[in-house]
Design a protein around this ligand. Structure first.
Ligand code: FCB
Length: 452
């Protein structure tokens, strides 16, 4: 077992270390015990959507292996486990009949966390909308936001006394923009007007659910998890600086302004406002709810250029080619830990925010076992460098209260399928054997120091 020469940190005594997963990426058992399809079941079965035609049918078979998986998490000395619930396991059609066997599964999982002294951090929506709701229009419909609030009520009534934190959405940008504008995530639409309706109804769903949760259990901390971009101009020049501002407005502030300040960014409204549902203005008050925390999922910076093509849609930016000296992960994502501090500083300057957790951070490196060992030193370097950035942010008085490594184990990486591995634990999908990687041992050593 090896540790980096100097431990990242320091961190406050009560700093929380955890690991994260999401339901569709690990559970499998998609048609067992009353679960019905979600949009990710449908999408991953459509030819050409996911690399190698992979699906979440079996994934890590966590639905059956949850007990030994919790033991594994415990053995890593972390204090918290962040996971999401499958809406279509709990309410198979999204509204109406509740599936008792779904409740039983999460009952066992949550109790299993508590027996092992792991704080459950529960996410309600990590992209897997029940297919029946999609068939009725999905996030483009206001009724989906109302259905989400009812789902939140079920979860809090059932589990609210036993969980530590609840997040409404994981990365609403991905489900709205990747799923409905870029068409590279479920449900696979490419429609700007539709995507904006989805953005708004997801915001509304967050607001309605937050109100519902607080009315049932005021003491339960509620937040939302965002994948904000740290945006830089790849070349000098006013046009590129202006492009950065537009890019931030569209990809970040379209989410953070309504959620944190109850307004939409003016630049987006000027160009695209007509695509929002007619009710947008009167919904803003519901959308902006006081939150107890927010989560940042951070992986890499975004480098953009002004797009000279005047017919390009707002924000009229294009991704810059990677710099020749950029360090890249196996998915081609740039490693630049200091950019996370820039982003956190920017957010706390722009908004009056509650404390935050880094709810996801990690890297895709596809090292395999050699003689039973996975020597993923590059992942250790990545995590070490990003944890140093977290510590630096704390030294700048940014209230970061914890850090969750993405991910506990290799899993179904959405459109990238199973080839892209982010785990601290290696999963052999043929045998479902788990092997703790070198990075997993390293992280466990670090987490143990802070385990109170
Ligand atoms: C995030 C997702 C998570 C995982 C990582 C690599 O955007 O929230 O499910 O796919 O990226």
């Amino acid at each position: 077992m090896s540790a980096p020469s100097q431990k990242p940190g320091p961190f406050p005594d009560d700093f929380l270390f955890g690991v994260a997963t999401a339901a569709y990426q690990i559970e499998g058992a998609v048609d067992i015990d009353g679960r019905k399809p979600s949009i990710w079941d449908t999408y991953s079965h459509e030819p050409g959507r996911v690399l190698n035609g992979d699906t979440g049918n079996i994934a890590c078979n966590h639905y059956h292996l949850w007990e030994s998986d919790l033991d594994l998490i415990k053995s890593m000395h972390v204090g918290a486990y962040r996971f999401s619930l499958s809406w279509s396991r709990l309410i198979p059609d999204g509204t109406g009949v509740v599936n008792q066997k779904g409740l039983d599964f999460y009952d066992r999982l949550i109790d299993g966390c508590l027996e092992r002294n792991l704080k459950p951090f529960v996410t309600l929506y990590h992209w897997d909308l029940p297919q029946t709701l999609q068939d009725n229009g999905g996030w483009a419909q206001r009724s989906t936001a109302e259905a989400f609030a009812a789902y939140a009520a079920l979860v809090v009534n059932e589990f609210g006394d036993r969980i530590d934190c609840i997040s409404t959405f994981n990365e609403p940008w991905c489900s709205a923009i990747l799923g409905n504008l870029m068409g590279v995530h479920a449900p696979g639409n490419q429609d700007l007007a539709l995507a904006l309706k989805c953005v708004h109804h997801q915001h509304l769903a967050h607001g309605l659910a937050t109100k519902t949760i607080k009315s049932i259990r005021p003491e339960l901390p509620v937040g939302i998890v965002l994948n904000l971009q740290s945006v830089y101009a790849a070349e000098q020049g006013e046009e590129h600086d202006a492009a950065v501002d537009r890019h931030r407005d569209f990809h970040n502030h379209l989410f953070t302004d309504p959620l944190f300040e109850g307004r939409y960014p003016q630049s987006v409204m000027n160009v695209l406002g007509q695509n929002l549902p007619d009710t947008w203005e009167k919904d803003l008050q519901t959308i902006q709810q006081p939150l107890d925390y927010w989560g940042l999922n951070y992986y890499q910076p975004t480098r953009v250029l002004h797009d000279k093509d005047s017919t390009a849609n707002f924000p009229q930016t294009k991704d810059a080619p990677k710099a020749h000296d950029a360090t890249l992960t196996d998915l081609g994502w740039e490693v630049a830990p200091a950019t996370m501090v820039d982003l956190l500083s920017e957010m706390y300057q722009r908004y009056d925010l509650p404390p935050c957790f880094i709810t996801e951070n990690g890297a895709c490196y596809n090292d395999s076992p050699v003689n039973g060992e996975v020597k993923d030193d590059r992942r250790i370097e990545y995590l070490d460098a990003h944890l140093k950035s977290v510590s630096q942010a704390i030294s700048l008085d940014i209230p970061v209260q914890g850090y969750f490594a993405w991910s506990l184990m290799d899993n179904f990486e959405w459109s990238e399928g199973y080839d892209s591995r982010f785990g601290l634990v290696f999963v052999d999908y043929k045998t479902q054997t788990r092997t703790v990687k070198k990075s997993g041992h390293w992280y466990a050593q670090l987490a143990e120091i802070y385990l109170s």
